[in-house]
Ligand binder design. Structure first.
Ligand SMILES: [Zn+2]
Length: 201
């Protein structure tokens, strides 16, 4: 239907999270309208992403710099007894904005709707267990997945996984009440999220 070069871009944009073919087509027609300079800027920004952005070797947070650890993990004022497990990068930003959390993070990289092996394998559970095992200073693991169906299923799975063989003196907690059911963390206001953090159990 579309010329091949347009269709190719539509196919590529359709792979983006939450973007369907119709939105993808709108993106392409938007691109056709903008200037050559804006296109260049976009192309450069995309290609720099893989060149300059690194992934933190502890928490999987993307950052720029020479270090192995992101600025949060490298910050000696953070509370190393707390490890907050979140679904995705944007949840880290959301929690940071509350200014109520001073511990470290771990980005799980997704959610599961079933506990099937092929689904569960998409999560960074192996890495999470490894972090907990090799960092005895971690005393509390806070599961802060979204309160969506997938988020709840993932939290349940993690709770079971982490509570098994959990050494004494360590606990696994969940965000407390107040978060709207079915909502993603990023849509909760900072106040609500802050109190959910404080009332964890
Ligand atoms: Zn980090």
């Amino acid at each position: 239907m579309y010329p091949p070069s347009i269709q190719k871009l539509i196919d590529l944009f359709s792979k983006f999270p939450t973007v369907g073919p119709r939105t993808a087509a709108r993106f392409v027609f938007y691109l056709m309208k903008i200037s050559k300079e804006e296109i260049e800027e976009l192309i450069n920004s995309i290609s720099n992403l893989k060149k300059t952005v690194k992934i933190c070797s502890f928490c999987f947070n993307p950052f720029e710099g020479e270090a192995e650890l992101c600025p949060i993990c490298a910050d000696s004022s953070r509370d190393r007894a707390l490890l907050c497990v979140i679904e995705k990068e944007t949840d880290l930003i959301t929690l940071e904005k509350t200014k109520k959390y001073k511990g470290l993070y771990f980005i799980l990289g997704g959610t599961v709707s079933t506990f099937k092996k092929k689904d569960v394998e998409k999560l960074r559970t192996k890495e999470l267990k490894e972090r907990i095992e090799t960092h005895p200073e971690i005393k509390e693991i806070i599961i802060a997945t979204n309160s969506t169906t997938e988020g709840e299923a993932t939290a349940l799975y993690l709770e079971r996984l982490l509570k098994k063989n959990l050494p004494a003196g360590r606990q696994v907690t969940r965000l407390g009440r107040g978060l709207p059911v079915g909502a993603e963390l990023e849509y909760a206001d900072e106040e609500t999220l802050g109190s959910a953090l404080e009332s964890r159990k």
